[in-house]
Design a protein around this ligand. Structure first.
Ligand SMILES: [Ca+2]
Length: 328
């Protein structure tokens, strides 16, 4: 047996600490995790060799504790504040053995976004329930859908079919013969955006479907669920049969929204020609940036015993610069 005897380790000297973040632009006010980012640290010693900082004592700081919070794991969360100044600096102080080193400062930018409802559940849709439409342009904005029928969602069959999120079928659509039902049923809906400025082209679609769906906005595919990849035709079957309708939430980027009339189109596919049920309804929220403007500012002192929003007392030596923002 061979023993290895190591010389006592030289004390490790932490020389530099570099702070990194996985994204520098955060969005507060919308669903999902767009308001969060992850910090990480790397360190070097006197010989510029990297040091494992996993056991170091790390404290994170920011110049904008109103705008962001940082937990001990380095997760940054942007608060919905609607401040006109949207930049926050972050740095870390790292204690490693006897060394205390401050990192570089990094900046994050916060945008404040509201979810705007563009399509609500239970609204009217145009639908084509006559089998193969035999027109590959059926999802395009300028497609002539004047002969399509109209009905309020949820659309599908049978009339007893119910979703816990979207409710019971409101409009029963045709399916052909019961032993050989149409594979695909087509839906279209128009909505209007008067002013596109501020829309971030991000959004969230929540739909109830049975069985599979491909979804288009202004002719561009934006989502697909329970469908195979590749080209979809009238006869393409959904990937899996569903016992109940599924509720699916999809977060979207780069939405092809346009000023004026927009068209959302859905093709709902059955998994088998003998399937007993079909379901379609959805909601669509798009992100719109909030541009706060200061409508009132004041320098307050405690001499007048000011109380802000009933909960914040200004103590005698503190001055607070207070701004009230109009966030509409
Ligand atoms: Ca079905």
């Amino acid at each position: 047996m061979q023993l290895m005897v190591r010389a006592p380790a030289e004390p490790v000297v932490l020389k530099t600490v570099t702070l990194n973040i996985d994204k520098e632009d955060l969005v507060a006010g919308v669903q999902g995790d767009r308001n969060k980012a992850q910090l990480s640290l790397s360190g070097t010693d006197n010989s510029d060799q990297s040091i494992d900082l996993s056991q170091a004592l790390v404290t994170y700081y920011t110049n904008r504790p109103d705008l962001i919070s940082i937990d001990s794991d380095g997760v940054v969360t942007a608060n919905y504040l609607a401040s006109p100044d949207t930049t926050a600096e972050i740095w870390a102080v790292v204690k490693y053995w006897n060394c205390v080193v401050m990192s570089d400062r990094i900046e994050v930018n916060i945008s404040f976004v509201n979810d705007v409802l563009l399509v609500d559940q239970g609204e009217d849709w145009l639908y084509f329930d006559q089998g193969d439409i035999k027109n590959s342009q059926w999802m395009e904005p300028d497609f002539n859908d004047s002969t399509w029928k109209t009905g309020s969602a949820p659309l599908g069959y049978p009339n007893t079919f119910e979703s816990s999120d979207f409710g019971r079928i409101s409009t029963v659509v045709g399916y052909g013969s019961s032993s050989s039902k149409y594979t695909t049923t087509y839906f279209r809906k128009k909505f209007s955006i008067d002013n596109l400025s501020g829309f971030t082209k991000t959004g969230t679609i929540k739909f109830g479907v049975d069985d599979g769906v491909v979804l288009y906005l202004n002719g561009q595919e934006i989502a697909r669920y329970n469908m195979p990849s590749g080209t979809i035709s009238y006869s393409t079957k959904a990937s899996n049969a569903l016992q109940n309708s599924e509720t699916v939430t999809v977060t979207l980027d780069n939405l092809p929204l346009v000023k004026g009339e927009n068209v959302i189109a859905a093709e709902v596919h059955q998994q088998s020609s003998s399937s007993s049920d079909l379901f379609w309804d959805m909601t669509f929220h798009a992100g719109k940036e909030v541009k706060p403007e200061i409508i009132h500012s004041a320098m307050l002192t405690a001499d007048n015993n000011v109380v802000l929003k009933k909960s914040v007392n200004i103590t005698p030596t503190v001055k607070a610069f207070v701004s009230i923002y109009n966030i509409l």
